[in-house]
Design a protein around this ligand. Structure first.
Ligand code: UGA
Length: 436
């Protein structure tokens, strides 16, 4: 059992804190946001993530998970410090490391004996060295080891990803730090999870190279889907056949309205910025970013073709979250689509099972509904932007009866084309057959 402090109780921090306490460690999650810590102390979970609330509550009840806003004290009390603060996109696509810098300074000011300082936040290659320098500038003889331990958590599946990861990457400079980290992940080690030991810089790079590769795959299949539309091929069959080649794998080959979320877009920009800074450009990634931006607006073009003039029409937007099982709308295709629709004079009727409140912060003036049935009532067209199961299971007969005109754009390709045809829907999708 180790004494661990997590600095930055956001998404990654809270999931990691809960997961590490479940592994049996004594964990304190800290944050400068006193309100957030107050909420957590009173049993409220500030973010939606499947399974997180019960994991937090169980470990709080067992006395292994605590919360604190006294960052200075928790640094002093810990053996291992995880840095899990946000690294939003700053100028020129580079990551904004302001929060990381203030944590590094706080660590430098409070270090009291040997500790392992481990970054989980996604930070550009070279940040580890920079953090070490900040700490040593404040305390030249500081006794610590620096570790890079990137996270590979998917929103909506983060607890599962933390408890059963494909791999754990530990970038260290000393065998002493590696031993400590192996102990931190002992529970996984026993399960034979691959634990990869690398240099700090390699670990930093693994994170960006992995995310950018997954995002590349999506932009690639979206381009292929767009071409399928022109030549009369079906992208689902193409992707399935491609995916059966073990070298390709079927994952992340689902076409759609363009990827979103807090990670892929930001990380790709940051990787491109790192490439330019190091005189080693990444034109493939730059192209994938462009494809993703145009894929989102392409959906609006499709809708225009389906209903001719958008002005004054009522369009039901089903799905606002950037993907299912999350209420996160960051970089979601829905934001681009709704913004374009509003500009074109469309009356937007929006519905999402859980992301409405977050979406309201960006679009307070569109019409929100508590069910898909409410949103599609008397609509001139309907667009699906998130593959929530309740949209997969929609009764298309009921949908047709509720809508003014049976026009549907299924950007997630979740509806059955034969059924749409037998009900005489005018329909379109991404990369498959569309109505005549
Ligand atoms: C992503 C990575 O998958 C995680 O491994 C990583 O840890 C995380 O970023 C991070 O850096 O923290 P996440 O952003 O939660 O996780 O979401 P994904 O499930 O990867 O989906 C990202 C976007 O790609 C979504 O908009 C999704 O709809 C889209 N997508 C995904 C597709 O359009 N097609 C696919 O085949 C897969």
């Amino acid at each position: 059992m180790r004494r661990i402090t997590i600095i930055g109780t956001g998404y990654v921090g809270l999931v990691s804190g809960a997961g590490l306490s479940e592994f049996g460690h004594h964990v304190i999650c800290s944050d400068v946001d006193k309100n957030k810590i107050k909420e957590l102390k009173s049993g409220q979970i500030p973010i939606y993530e499947r399974g997180l609330e019960s994991l937090v509550k169980q470990n709080v009840a067992k006395g292994r998970l605590h919360f604190s806003w006294d960052v200075h004290k928790v640094i002093q009390d810990s053996e291992i410090i995880f840095i899990t603060v946000g690294t939003p996109q700053g100028n020129n696509g580079e990551s904004d490391l302001g929060a990381v810098e203030s944590v590094a300074k706080a660590i430098g000011e409070n270090l009291n004996g040997y500790k392992v300082i481990c970054t989980k936040s996604t930070v550009p290659v070279g940040t580890g060295k920079w953090i070490e320098d900040i700490i040593r500038t404040i305390q030249p003889n500081a006794d610590f080891d620096y570790v890079s331990n990137p996270e590979f958590l998917r929103e909506g599946a983060a607890i599962k990803d933390f408890m059963h990861p494909d791999r754990v990457v530990i970038g260290t400079r000393t065998s002493k730090a590696l031993e400590v980290m192996r102990e931190v992940y002992r529970a996984l080690y026993i399960n034979e999870t691959p634990i990869l030991s690398t240099s700090v810089e390699t670990a930093e790079m693994v994170k960006y190279a992995s995310n950018a590769f997954l995002a590349l795959k999506i932009s690639y299949i979206n381009e292929i889907a767009n071409l399928c539309e022109m030549v009369g091929a079906d992208v689902h069959e193409v992707a399935r056949a491609m995916g059966l080649d073990g070298r390709i794998s079927p994952k992340f080959l689902h076409p759609g309205p363009g990827f979103g979320g807090s990670c892929f877009p930001k990380d790709m920009h940051a990787l491109v910025a790192t490439g330019l800074k190091n005189n080693s450009p990444l034109p493939t990634i730059e192209a994938a970013i462009k494809t993703n931006v145009s894929q989102k607006t392409r959906m609006v073009g499709k809708l225009k073709r389906l209903i001719n003039d958008l002005n004054g029409k009522t369009v039901a937007v089903l799905g606002l979250a950037f993907k299912p099982q999350t209420d996160d709308v960051r970089e979601a295709a829905s934001k681009v689509v709704v913004s374009e629709l509003v500009k074109s004079g469309v009356i937007v009727h929006a519905y999402d099972p859980i992301a409405i409140e977050n979406f309201k912060n960006h679009f307070p003036d569109i019409n929100y509904f508590g069910s898909w049935q409410g949103a599609v009532k008397d609509a001139d067209a309907c667009i699906i932007l998130t593959e929530w199961n309740e949209f997969r299971g929609m009764d298309l007969g009921e949908l047709k009866t509720l809508m003014k005109v049976p026009i549907i754009l299924d950007t997630k390709n979740i509806l059955n084309i034969q059924e749409l045809e037998s009900l005489d829907f005018t329909y379109d999708n991404v990369g498959r057959r569309k109505s005549e």
